[in-house]
Ligand binder design. Structure first.
Ligand code: D9A
Length: 445
């Protein structure tokens, strides 16, 4: 379906897209992203590698914006080395392991990627990244260097792991471990950056399972969604411990006789991903600055929407399913407050529960787990309990009162302008209609 027909059939999403595009003041000026030629180059690279996520980074508080942008580009550079099958192992493995050392050089770039590698510019133009990296505050630099070192070594280990290359991910523990290296470490680094900037509660540092869950929830969602694309490329990250319950071979799910088993397997993986939801909500409650909150919340609400989309959906076995662009706009608008995020999670969890079939082998487990999340949310909002009622014992970071500023939408949407626009539209439409009737209507003679 084309974009236009999608919007016509989803007017709420059309409204969200229009508000986002035309009626919102950015939280901060983006003037200073053009400060130096190198910085300009970096933001160009960012837009080249990821259009939608680049926009989210651009909205960040200037205190954090460059650090996050450079962290993103450096991770993208690592990925681009790892992904490229044309680079020999003898070059690739040491390059990944020593990548963090390049961050201390004044100049360095790499032209060894295949010409077809889509993000190769990040490595050929790495000088611009390095120059701006050296202008960052040392505390930010140290975080980025530490994560780059750990991730580069993790990637190199996987390349050399024969078992992993031949048979893929085995146990659920292996699955979590793999996701830790590609995504958990990113959550780790970003959490440290936000805590240094005093934009997040320092308590987060002592609870690695929370930032780990921020990465794992996103990565597991990607892995479930990308099944068909990965199989096509001759790989898969679905853990055998789960898929072997439903089939003998991962590719079996693509034949029409095994569709039912394939869908049960998808659902099992969705249930596994939902284990991170309470951590994600707790994490989000401890972000104390608006732009950082949005930066963290947007990918997570997109992930729960994607999980609901892939749940019970046999199309995942054959094609790449994606949430509509309009849905994304609506999610971005609604996720600006903490309450808005919680509402989105509740909405999609209810949707999953509604579509869960009694014949699903995990029927009971789904119901129990979703009920647990519901209870967690309910307890979190139990602030003013009646006298004599015991307060909940769930450890939750910020009391809802401290979080209240995120429970009110921020004043960045120009509602007055929307009102004027609506008026203008109404006048134009009615006069247009009147003229149509006059000129095309039944003639008088
Ligand atoms: C993130 Cl610096 C990612 N990954 C994402 C994007 O969100 C996380 C890569 C580099 C960075 C950040 C992210 C955002 C905010 C807070 C986070 C966090 O932790 C506290 O990371 C956990 O996906 C990649 C990993 C999951 C591997 C970490 C969001 C993103 N979305 C894509 C959509 C898509 O389908 O990939 O990149 C996009 O909008 O283009």
């Amino acid at each position: 379906m084309g974009k236009l027909s999608q919007f016509i059939t989803h007017p709420i999403e059309l409204r969200a897209a229009i508000i986002l595009k035309f009626f919102r003041k950015p939280l901060f000026s983006v003037q200073d992203t053009q400060e130096t030629p190198d910085l300009k180059k970096c933001y160009q690279l960012l837009n080249l590698t990821s259009r939608s996520f680049a926009a989210v980074i651009m909205e960040l508080n200037p205190e954090l914006r460059n650090a996050v942008m450079l962290f993103y580009l450096i991770l993208r550079a690592l990925d681009t080395v790892e992904d490229d099958m044309s680079i020999a192992h003898e070059i690739k493995v040491p390059l990944l392991r020593d990548f963090y050392k390049k961050l201390s050089l004044d100049d360095w770039s790499f032209d060894g990627n295949a010409p077809t590698e889509k993000d190769r510019a990040v490595l050929t133009d790495f000088n611009a990244i390095l120059h701006e990296f050296h202008r960052l505050n040392k505390d930010y630099r140290d975080v980025i260097i530490k994560i780059t070192k750990e991730m580069g070594n993790g990637m190199a280990d996987y390349i050399l792991d024969e078992e992993f290359n031949l048979n893929g991910v085995q146990t659920i523990k292996d699955y979590d471990m793999y996701c830790h290296y590609v995504a958990g470490l990113v959550g780790d680094g970003l959490t440290h950056l936000m805590v240094i900037a005093k934009f997040a509660s320092p308590e987060l540092i002592n609870q690695p399972e929370l930032f780990e869950s921020m990465g794992l929830f996103l990565q597991k969602t990607n892995i479930i969604r990308d099944y068909a694309e990965d199989i096509e490329a001759g790989r898969s990250f679905w853990p055998k411990e789960i898929w072997s319950i439903y089939g003998n071979k991962l590719t079996d799910f693509q034949s029409s006789t095994n569709t039912k088993q394939g869908v049960f397997c998808i659902n099992h993986l969705v249930l596994n991903a939902l284990e991170h939801v309470t951590d994600v909500l707790t994490y989000l409650s401890s972000i104390q600055e608006q732009s950082s909150f949005q930066f963290c919340a947007i990918p997570q609400v997109m992930a729960i929407a994607t999980l609901a989309l892939v749940f019970n959906n046999e199309n995942v076995l054959h094609t790449n399913v994606k949430i509509r662009k309009g849905t994304t706009c609506d999610l971005i608008l609604k996720s600006r407050s903490y309450k808005g995020c919680v509402d989105i999670f509740e909405y999609y969890l209810r949707d999953i529960r509604k579509r869960l079939g009694v014949e699903d082998p995990n029927y009971l487990k789904f119901n129990i787990h979703i009920a647990k999340i519901d209870q967690f949310i309910e307890e979190m909002y139990q602030d003013n309990l009646p006298q004599g009622v015991k307060p909940n014992k769930t450890p939750i970071y910020l009391k809802v009162t401290e979080r209240s500023k995120y429970d009110n939408p921020v004043e960045d949407v120009q509602y007055e302008e929307i009102y004027k626009f609506n008026m203008l539209l109404t006048v134009l439409l009615t006069t247009g209609l009147a003229f149509l009737v006059i000129y095309l209507g039944p003639s008088q003679n």
